[in-house]
Design a protein around this ligand. Structure first.
Ligand SMILES: Cc1cc2nc3c(=O)[nH]c(=O)nc-3n(C[C@H](O)[C@H](O)[C@H](O)COP(=O)(O)OP(=O)(O)OC[C@H]3O[C@@H](n4cnc5c(N)ncnc54)[C@H](O)[C@@H]3O)c2cc1C
Length: 486
């Protein structure tokens, strides 16, 4: 009995000693070393904001590594409708459009219910055209004509010659590679490395082989991970109405990873509850693709009863809230032969869309109504009233201001649409140098952010076409600030 007791004690002591000396490893072997890489600037996220930051940081002499968790670059920027808002006297004057930086400011500030930071908005509107010229200098081509993308409130939206956001990503990727930026795909950032004094000095990531790698940043880390529309748990935390039943326009990687990482290093957040929906989602996929009319002045929305219910040039939140009030929250975009993109911003032709059944086409409004199952007499009356409003340049029912032209030339088109989660206006707080601000109100040394991961620019409601301008303007600033960081 006595010998048994001493025996057990010996075993316990031996176990403690083994654990203290590093577990059950045979003598001479140590823990596998975590690979460490180093650069001046480490950018997390290879969408428009991250690539703009990487190119600019490289132009300021920094050695740059860019981490992208998906197998390809681009994020939401790549699948975007590519509308870019900027006051552009050269293009706008040719179309007789009057505009000013102050008007762009006013639309952005008031369109977001004055919840955006006026200083950040100033930076956005004053640098949007320079950002566009910078993209042109990198080989990104814009069309000559400007238009009013949905919810832009004014004709200052520029569109690319190439479909979707491919023009942006191609130009930015080429520029980044030419400048020696190292781009690592399928490399997911998991955590920011923060020193005891609060400085962010690197990123812990997992590479394509599942191996942990630490990327040390000699100067700064740029957070450009995009928004969180595709993360149902996160979006319902801030707006419980946005359940999984509501589709999203976003790519699957828009999961708010940057929000989680920034929270752990003490970042402040702004406007997380401001999540934008659009009324123009494809009922099956939530995507914005699949309809024809180029501008808001060239179409109407009708509900299942064939009636208009909102001004089609309204703010995005107003239009979506109005749609939620309609039967089955379903509407049709109705337009005519005068309003057909040769190729839509999403790279589709009329022929393809009709063949896929995304768009219904008919020679008369009555026939169109039959095809979409709305009462023909209502649709005919609705269009007649709308045409009268265009003729009088006054829409007494809904107050639409951008009354482009009548819907009167066959063939007529209709495409079904539902609300879809589109953009997260909230995110990490930044200042005009794109420095991330901490909960105590001071910049977190070494940490910068740009793009949809940030908050405080668009207020409650982002204008259509303002996000692409935002990611380029603040992406460039973040890259420069990080490269110049001491
Ligand atoms: C369908 C659609 C159409 C749109 N159309 C327009 C438009 O016409 N005009 C306009 O102004 N705005 C538009 N928007 C909004 C706009 O495209 C986005 O707000 C903008 O592109 C966001 O850019 P970003 O660089 O911040 O993020 P993204 O372009 O989404 O890039 C973020 C990148 O970070 C990566 N990432 C995320 N987490 C990690 C991680 N942990 N590690 C490594 N990488 C990570 C993502 O995979 C992604 O590639 C549209 C959006 C969508 C979805």
């Amino acid at each position: 009995m006595h010998r048994k007791k001493w025996g057990s004690l010996f075993l316990v002591l031996a176990l403690v000693a083994v654990l203290a000396l590093g577990g059950c490893q045979p003598a001479g072997e140590s823990e596998p070393e975590v690979e460490t890489r180093e650069a001046d600037v480490v950018v997390i996220g290879g969408g428009g904001a991250g690539l703009a930051a990487a190119v600019t940081a490289a132009d300021h002499g920094a050695e740059v590594i860019l981490l992208e968790k998906m197998p390809r670059l681009g994020g939401n920027t790549l699948i975007s409708g590519c509308a870019y808002n900027a006051v552009d006297p050269e293009r706008q004057s040719k179309q007789g459009i009057e505009d000013s930086i102050d008007l762009h400011f006013q639309h952005t500030y008031e369109g977001g219910d004055k919840k955006g930071d006026p200083e950040l908005i100033r930076v956005l509107v004053e640098n949007a055209l320079d950002g566009l010229h910078w993209l042109e200098s990198l080989g990104c081509e814009f069309k000559d004509e400007v238009y009013t993308v949905l919810g832009a409130l004014w004709p200052r939206s520029h569109t690319n010659v190439k479909p979707l956001g491919t023009g942006y990503i191609e130009a930015l990727e080429n520029a980044a590679r030419e400048r020696g930026v190292e781009i690592l795909l399928e490399t997911k950032a998991e955590e920011l490395v923060q020193e005891e004094d609060g400085r962010v000095t690197g990123v812990k990531a997992v590479d394509a082989d599942g191996k942990e790698v630490i990327f040390k940043a000699r100067k700064g880390v740029v957070l450009a991970t995009g928004g969180f529309s595709a993360n149902v748990e996160m979006r319902t935390k801030y707006n419980p109405r946005l359940t999984a039943e509501i589709p999203t326009t976003n790519h699957p990687g828009a999961t708010g990873d940057g929000i989680v990482m920034a929270e752990k290093v003490g970042a402040e957040f702004v406007g997380m509850e401001y999540i934008q929906l659009l009324p123009t989602g494809d009922p099956e996929t939530g995507s914005l693709a699949g309809w024809l009319a180029p501008g808001v002045d060239q179409m109407i929305y009708v509900n299942k009863e064939g009636k208009r219910f909102v001004a089609e040039d309204e703010r995005r939140d107003v239009m979506t809230n109005a749609l939620f009030e309609q039967p089955d929250a379903l509407m049709y975009v109705v337009s005519d032969a005068n309003s057909v993109w040769e190729v839509t911003s999403f790279g589709e032709t009329e022929e393809q869309l009709v063949e896929m059944g995304k768009v219904q086409k008919a020679d008369t409004l009555e026939e169109l109504a039959e095809k979409i199952n709305v009462p023909p007499e209502n649709l005919v009356e609705t269009v007649a009233k709308y045409n009268e409003a265009v003729e009088n340049n006054h829409d007494p029912e809904f107050g639409k201001k951008l009354l482009g032209h009548k819907i009167e030339t066959p063939p007529f088109y209709a495409s079904p649409r539902v609300p879809t989660v589109h953009h997260t206006m909230g995110g990490v707080k930044i200042d005009t140098l794109a420095r991330v601000i901490s909960k105590d109100g001071n910049p977190i040394p070494g940490l910068y952010a740009a793009g949809e991961v940030t908050g405080g620019i668009h207020g409650t409601n982002r204008l259509g076409g303002n996000a692409i301008a935002d990611i380029i303007v603040f992406g460039r600033i973040a890259g420069e600030s990080a490269a110049n960081s001491k």
